[in-house]
Design a protein around this ligand. Sequence first.
Ligand SMILES: NC(=O)c1ccc[n+]([C@@H]2O[C@H](COP(=O)([O-])OP(=O)(O)OC[C@H]3O[C@@H](n4cnc5c(N)ncnc54)[C@H](OP(=O)(O)O)[C@@H]3O)[C@@H](O)[C@H]2O)c1
Length: 363
Amino acid sequence: MPSTSRRSSPQRRVPSERQESTSTPHLLMMWSRITRVPHPWSKRAGWESRICAKLTVIGYPPKGMRSTAAGVVRGVSNERTPMTILVTGSTGHLGRLIVAALLARGVDPQTIRAGARDLAKGADLGVPVVRLDYTDPASVAAALDGVDTVVLVSGSEVGQRVAQHQAVIEAAKDAGVSKFVYTSAPKATTSSLVLAPEHKATEELIAAAGLPAVILRNNWYTENYAADLARAAETGTLSAGTGEGRVASASRKDYAEAAAAVATEDGHLGAVYELGGDVAWTYADLAAAMTEVTGREVVFVPLSADEQLAALRAAGLDEGTAGFVVALDAGIRDGALADTDGTLRRLIGRPTTPLVEGLRALV
Ligand SMILES: NC(=O)c1ccc[n+]([C@@H]2O[C@H](COP(=O)([O-])OP(=O)(O)OC[C@H]3O[C@@H](n4cnc5c(N)ncnc54)[C@H](OP(=O)(O)O)[C@@H]3O)[C@@H](O)[C@H]2O)c1
């Protein structure tokens, strides 16, 4: 069963976003949004109590609601206060699925905050959406105010991510969150994978901040192969510099369910989970799976680094991007994504999505 309640504490009893719309903290949030600075009183239950008392004198809250030190709660017992879970990057592919997985686990939608840099993009998520732009520290601080659990979905702007993640880590420390979940990369601290250094730096920042953390080192998404699949359907070939390297990919939904599990279950604090699919496949296996999905024979064409670089240049990729792709494939060839130990399967309580099934969903 998901754990969606936590011990009562005047400082940490925070109403959901909808509740905030009629609460004293809402006034403080408004102040924060206007000034873009977290209100200095927002965490001080003493001030909140006094403000609540004054509002009660003037007839607030309206009938059917009651005032507490943390604000106004609609006619419900406040003995067990719902915890609030913030998901960053909630408008992205993975973030959306994490929100959906939280809802599927029975988490009250009003206790979920979807962090989005563009509020309109999150309008269909079915949960309250808060503005959160990693490059705007005030928006990060306001979004985290009163949050118990943060799921930091790693950013998508490669090269900018450490500073972006740092903004969330610092705000989480200030907010005193009780759980901080981060989606990292396989063996982030020791991997030679070209993408690993930003994840390594982020994990180090999380540790240095002393956050109660759960690190989810996600292997590849099967969805990464959407473009390769489309090309294979056209050409009958899959070419890459990965040699006989293996990839333990899983579908984004699998990783999202794992994130929802660790965010809502008791425990997991301090864990570093290496998450991947049940099967580590080679690119020859991938070609065979593409054959099955497209109904056309797909052949794997292994390329040397030089051959791959030439092919990518010929396809119009700029030097930096081509070099990046070659380095990624070299990492795969050297085994950076090859390990799988069943942790993802155990966390989600079912087998991970098989490669063929994951690819079929892309057609
Ligand atoms: N394991 C893998 O195979 C793999 C593959 C690709 C990526 N990743 C990592 O996993 C993350 C999630 O993957 P995904 O497929 O969900 O990526 P995605 O669809 O590109 O989503 C990225 C999310 O980050 C948000 N974002 C980007 N810059 C932001 C900023 N400055 N402030 C606030 N939000 C910002 C985006 O907001 P908008 O909707 O406004 O753009 C979006 O919600 C990626 O960001 C990347 O770090 C892993």
